[in-house]
Ligand binder design. Structure first.
Ligand SMILES: [Zn+2]
Ligand SMILES: [Zn+2]
Length: 239
């Protein structure tokens, strides 16, 4: 009763508005229709392993990378394509403290898992951030996304079993350089938490897949059984 009353007062003082453009909406944290449609959501045919969107409708098909056995993880899903719209949301979320975006981003990521059997996942792990970056940024954007996802799946969150060393930014590197730059950055602090587990990794974006690939290598070495991943957006190369 008090909670409902308090909620109406808060909504009166701070009416729900689209976090991206400020247009009034009915629920706090949700996007307006215009902003929602500006994203390139991955809602059609896709690779059953890595979630890469296909241009034509194909059932139970794998992309050429996964068919060659080169998928970075045991499966990956992303809610939308990395393009101007997702970049305009991701950059302030990551670098300018727009943490309120985590609400719609994590909801979209839960939606991206709709065709996945999640019953064998033991826990959710945000891709770790180096302490130096965490100190400057004050938050790990992957943890902000992982928390509501873990809650929705009824799973616990593990954000301290793996540590990441600081390396310079990978933004300008090609995929080969990214793989070299990321090699050896992760170390497992608590192997007993990892051994025999199926882990769902959470990150904001998948670009070359080098981060996931390296983290999986380290987790498997520590005894993890399966390593899955979900991101808000992913790079899709035009063919
Ligand atoms: Zn909007
Ligand atoms: Zn694939």
């Amino acid at each position: 009763m008090v909670k409902t009353w308090l909620k109406s007062v808060v909504e009166f003082l701070f009416p729900p508005a689209c976090p991206l453009c400020g247009t009034p909406v009915s629920v706090h944290g949700e996007l307006c229709a215009d902003c929602w449609t500006s994203f390139n959501w991955i809602d059609g045919a896709k690779c059953i392993r890595c979630g890469y969107p296909f241009m034509v409708d194909m059932d139970n098909a794998m992309c050429s990378v996964c068919a060659a056995g080169k998928c970075e993880l045991d499966w990956i899903r992303s809610s939308c394509v990395y393009d101007d719209a997702s970049r305009m949301a991701m950059l302030p979320f990551k670098h300018s403290g727009r943490i309120s975006y985590a609400y719609f981003m994590s909801r979209a990521m839960i939606w991206a898992l709709r065709d996945i059997d999640v019953s064998d996942i033991d826990f959710v792990m945000p891709v770790p951030l180096a302490r130096r970056r965490l100190f400057h940024r004050a938050y790990n954007q992957a943890t902000l996304l992982a928390r509501p996802i873990a809650r929705a799946l009824g799973l616990k969150l593990d954000y301290d079993s793996v540590r990441r060393k600081y390396r310079r930014d990978m933004g300008h590197l090609n995929s080969h350089q990214r793989a070299q730059n990321i090699h050896g950055v992760f170390s497992v602090l608590c192997p007993e938490n990892i051994r025999g587990k199926n882990i769902l990794l959470v990150d904001d974006v998948m670009t070359s897949g080098a981060t996931f690939s390296e983290l999986r290598r380290v987790l498997i070495k520590a005894g993890a059984k399966k390593v899955y991943g979900v991101t808000f957006c992913r790079v899709v190369h035009s063919t």
